[in-house]
Design a protein around this ligand. Structure first.
Ligand code: FE2
Length: 478
């Protein structure tokens, strides 16, 4: 049985295919169209998944879409009545969403009437939870989805047992830990969709002097939290996620209010230099996120009595916070879906259909994140020839495996920067060694060289360390 998961008309548009309960392929559209966080309809990712699985559209039995327009309908109607512009936006998205079967048929030049697949709507956060639990190695686990916003909720928790998940609670719009982080990210002058990870990096360079102010901006409430809404605008203007039809780049509307500027001082404009004040604010923001997030996890561990937890949603990308779970909660095992953000919804929705709806037993664990396209030697040779690399002054050599490793290690040790490409592409935003830029970390100047020559990114952003698995204990405490 073949299930196609599609995250469409949302940031991080993506597709995944699950055949007889096993993941075969998963890809975000950004990897194919080179637009970071690309929204819209993921036609290229769908094509890739079908190709990788050796299937045609007619072979798909179920299509799982991680959105349920009927979820929290009362809250949506309440806001729609107060905000006509928000109601119009929702209608536009809803029209697009209900047209997914037609869009799928159109992309494959098929008559929608000929699609044999059954379509399923899976609520956004249940798809996040499914993306973490159903592919985790745990038979039983506590579950948390912590996010910006999806299907009008920001957070959901529950527990999983075998092929079934039980939802115990959720936090509805406008209270959102993800939007809290996004609003302060904007206030600090990082305006692009998805810039929150930059602020997480910046936080390491500051002191959380203004933590008390942040404790007023968001505070614990019951099993979750509440925002001090006077510091935000999204509850008045509606959650404004839009994307340019031309290039599919998603964007968020402004979310912080004048009260936030009064509380924290004037905002920073993107062209202004970063000062210690902003580093300190980033540090306080990060600390407050950790207090709330780890506080929720601590209570979840107590309530469920479970030792394993599965995490997804954009906040689950906050690896600084995740690194403290073992110290601050009773959890002893953690699984984070590698595409914890909305790309992962495609995998989650597909597994939700397989287990939660069809009741099939578990038979798959996602033990790696390499679910994207791979290329044969012949295809690589063909690409080198087709682009004239061999004749453009670039030296092309083909090396045997052992020689390749020795040469590579030598090049890195000489202080050169290396592009490394092997196997199938990573699923999720992290370069995990199959599509990576590699450099010698022993050289203090290397970070600057990498930034100047290749990455062109802010100096405060960290690079990922890569070490031999058997040396883990020498470098990490856990
Ligand atoms: Fe989400």
């Amino acid at each position: 049985m073949n299930i196609l998961g599609i995250n469409a008309y949302h940031g991080n548009a993506s597709a995944a295919i699950v055949c007889d309960g096993r993941l075969v392929a998963a890809g975000a559209d950004e990897r194919f169209n080179r637009v970071k966080y690309a929204a819209g309809y993921p036609a290229q990712a769908i094509r890739y998944c079908l190709r990788e699985a050796g299937l045609e559209l007619k072979d798909i039995d179920h299509v799982a879409v991680p959105r349920n327009p009927y979820a929290r309908l009362g809250t949506k109607l309440f806001y729609a009545m107060r905000m006509p512009s928000f109601a119009r936006e929702r209608m536009k998205v809803l029209t697009k969403f209900t047209g997914i079967p037609e869009a799928l048929a159109q992309a494959f030049d098929t008559d929608p009437g000929k699609l044999a697949a059954k379509f399923h709507r899976v609520e956004h956060h249940q798809a996040h939870l499914a993306s973490a639990f159903f592919v985790s190695p745990f038979e039983r686990a506590a579950l948390l989805s912590a996010d910006g916003l999806g299907d009008f909720a920001s957070t959901m928790w529950g527990s999983g047992d075998g092929s079934h998940m039980k939802i115990d609670g959720a936090i509805a719009f406008p209270h959102s830990l993800g939007l809290f982080y996004s609003a302060v990210t904007q206030y600090l002058g990082f305006l692009k969709f998805g810039d929150e990870y930059k602020v997480m990096g910046l936080a390491a360079y500051g002191e959380a002097e203004q933590i008390e102010a942040f404790r007023e901006i968001v505070h614990p409430h019951g099993n979750g939290f509440r925002l001090g809404l006077e510091y935000f605008t999204h509850h008045r203007t509606g959650p404004e996620m839009s994307w340019a039809d031309a290039d599919k780049t998603p964007a968020l509307g402004k979310m912080f209010s004048e009260a936030m500027e009064k509380k924290l001082g004037p905002k920073r404009n993107p062209d202004e230099p970063l000062e210690q004040r902003q580093r300190n604010l980033a540090s306080a923001l990060q600390l407050r996120l950790e207090e709330i997030y780890l506080g929720m996890l601590k209570k979840l561990a107590k309530r469920t009595g479970l030792k394993a937890v599965c995490l997804a949603g954009g906040v689950a990308f906050n690896c600084v916070a995740n690194g403290k779970i073992f110290d601050k909660t009773d959890f002893e095992q953690v699984y984070v879906h590698p595409a914890a953000g909305d790309a992962g919804l495609a995998v989650g929705a597909a597994f939700y259909v397989w287990h939660q709806i069809l009741g099939k037993p578990r038979s798959f664990v996602m033990e790696h994140a390499y679910w994207g396209p791979g290329y044969t030697r012949e295809e690589i040779r063909g690409a080198i020839d087709a682009n004239g690399l061999g004749t453009s002054g670039c030296r092309v050599e083909e090396l045997a495996e052992d020689n390749l490793m020795r040469r590579t290690a030598g090049i890195v040790a000489e202080g050169k920067i290396l592009g490394w490409f092997q196997g199938r592409a990573e699923w999720g935003p992290r370069a995990l060694g199959n599509r990576s830029i590699v450099a010698d970390p022993r050289r203090p100047e290397m970070k600057e060289i990498l930034n100047q020559r290749i990455k062109h990114r802010e100096i405060f952003r960290p690079f990922a360390p890569s070490i031999l698995a058997e040396s883990t204990g020498e470098w990490f405490e856990k």
